[in-house]
Write a protein that binds this ligand. Structure first.
Ligand code: SF4
Length: 272
């Protein structure tokens, strides 16, 4: 880890070093991109979004608007164009389905086995960067206790030593209200899915609360049905997104409110 100032100073001392601003499709990483552009216009930022191909339509709309605001392309990478996963699949399955079928034998990812983050987010970014040494700017806020790259839990981010994390909001002490102000003042606003969901990420993300799954059914019934189709029963054992409950049971249960977000859960590459 280096400080923001050290990373900025390296622009002159080490001009080959890359400066990757990770865009997740969430509010914090979008605010970070805006903040860096406003405060450090000399930074040769590369904006990168790792697309799982299982994102919400609201996320793609938000990215388009953010890109217009930044005035520079957001590179959209995925397991097809970095890892050649399509060649393994050779059909019209998305990368998640190919990994699920070919490598994980139908075993759905979960907070304890977050293979989706590794295969669909971390490895495509590592492949995209190849052997480059890069600073990786991460939107963990000054008022969060998440440790992202240093996490002792399953990796939230690449562990490659050549990918060096930088936490500008922690260094400059920007919190939730600052993020809100950056988004509102720039005219971008919050991603629309925050009206019914508390974080960014795949439509089937297992970090969703019961009320968010119910919100998915109300807002995007086709995605709810797709998520449902991944659930299976094999040899009497149920593979479900939520421990001990099928999505059908969740859909038929009383409507739940969305609780305050536990920001220490989730991961620094999907949910910022
Ligand atoms: S958003 Fe959730 S389901 Fe998607 S890659 Fe990240 S942790 Fe996995």
């Amino acid at each position: 880890m280096v400080t923001l100032q050290e990373a900025v100073d390296s622009i002159e001392s080490d001009p080959d070093r890359r400066h990757i601003v990770n865009i997740s499709g969430g509010k914090d990483s979008a605010a970070l991109a805006i903040y860096l552009k406003q405060q450090y216009p000399e930074l040769p930022a590369e904006y990168v979004f790792c697309d799982t191909k299982c994102e919400l339509p609201e996320t793609y709309d938000f990215l388009d608007n953010l890109q217009t605001l930044l005035g520079k392309p957001i590179q959209r990478i995925n397991a097809f164009n970095t890892l050649n996963v399509r060649e393994v699949g050779g059909d019209d399955r998305n990368p998640f389905e190919i990994f699920l079928d070919e490598l994980y034998t139908g075993f759905l990812p979960s907070p304890r086995n977050r293979w989706c983050t590794r295969e669909l987010k971390i490895r495509p970014l590592e492949k995209y960067l190849e052997e480059s040494t890069a600073y990786s700017y991460i939107g963990i806020r000054g008022d969060e206790s998440r440790d992202g790259y240093q996490s002792k839990k399953p990796p939230s981010f690449s562990q490659k030593p050549s990918i060096i994390p930088v936490y500008p909001f922690k260094d400059d002490d920007l919190g939730y209200e600052d993020v809100q102000d950056l988004l509102e003042d720039s005219g971008l606003g919050m991603p629309k899915y925050y009206q019914w969901r508390s974080r960014s990420g795949c439509y089937f993300c297992f970090y969703q609360q019961i009320g968010e799954w119910q919100g998915l059914k109300e807002n995007h019934p086709e995605f709810f049905d797709k998520a449902k189709a991944y659930e299976k029963e094999v040899g009497g054992k149920k593979f479900t997104w939520v421990d001990g409950k099928t999505l059908d049971e969740i859909a038929n249960s009383p409507r739940r409110a969305i609780q305050d977000l536990d920001e220490t859960a989730g991961c620094a590459i999907c949910h910022l």
